[in-house]
Design a protein around this ligand. Sequence first.
Ligand SMILES: [Zn+2]
Length: 318
Amino acid sequence: MSIRSIDSRSHRRQHQALLLLLALLALWVTAACGGGDDDGGATTGTGVKVVATTTQIGALTREVAGGEVELTVLLSAGADAHDYEPSPKAVAQIKDARVVLVNGIGLDAWLDNVISGAGAERVVVVTDGIAIRGADAGQGGGVGDPHVWHDPENVKVMVDNIAAALSEADPEKAATFQGNGDAYKAKLDAVDAQVRALIDSIPAENRKIVTNHDSFGYFFDRYGIEYAGAIIPGTSKDAQPSAKELANLTDLIKREGVKAIFAEEEVDPKVARQLAADTGVAIVTGLYADSLGAPGSGAETVDGMLLSNATKIAEALR
Ligand SMILES: [Zn+2]
């Protein structure tokens, strides 16, 4: 073996070690930046500083603002909106904002402490004016079902509230915000019609489902799908079903002739898979419930999310 080949081999080994190190470093950086919870929110655009809590409010604000505000969205795709711990950077972003756009209805209650501490100038609950499901029944601690974005009519109310809040913060751009908002509402009407056509393509007797987290109520109400039960009772993700609850659910699925179990993108589908195996019904994964999809998924917009869910539901139940 020549000296040169030994050299080149050791060089190659060094090179491989360096590549490995770089790969690990890349992983570490990705983890540090993509973690959501430990991180401040992602910021885009220029103008008055606006913070949105959830991915849905972030996406709607992007539509209304069209880059004409400096928008920070706290939650990243897939993060748990029910149980979010704002990082020091996120707290600073909230305090620095002119407007903070929140979902309310108990979903982003984690923000309350941050705001009461040393608040942003103005907090706007973008779901104001929406008829809340279960508010009377005392569901989820008496505040009702926060997952309003699964009904396009509710989303249009959110768009109007966002446009009004941005217009008040920056009156010179009010016409732009209003125009963008109106255009997006027209798009939502078109998507609403598409979703309805998809759901109407399902035989009526098949429109019966179980999900792993009780968050599609607004969708089911609007499009006439019968909701037979949730694997996780209530609207919080913290709860795990007991053996008895699972047995009851298995009975219910068989008795009611439920066609499919829907597992959300953000929830561990382990229990749903077990239930599907026990009952022999189909399991549908990849529905976007609490979070929009990652960029490039096609579900990173509210309209895209609605259409993606409707397509998967129609394919499973037809
Ligand atoms: Zn939820």
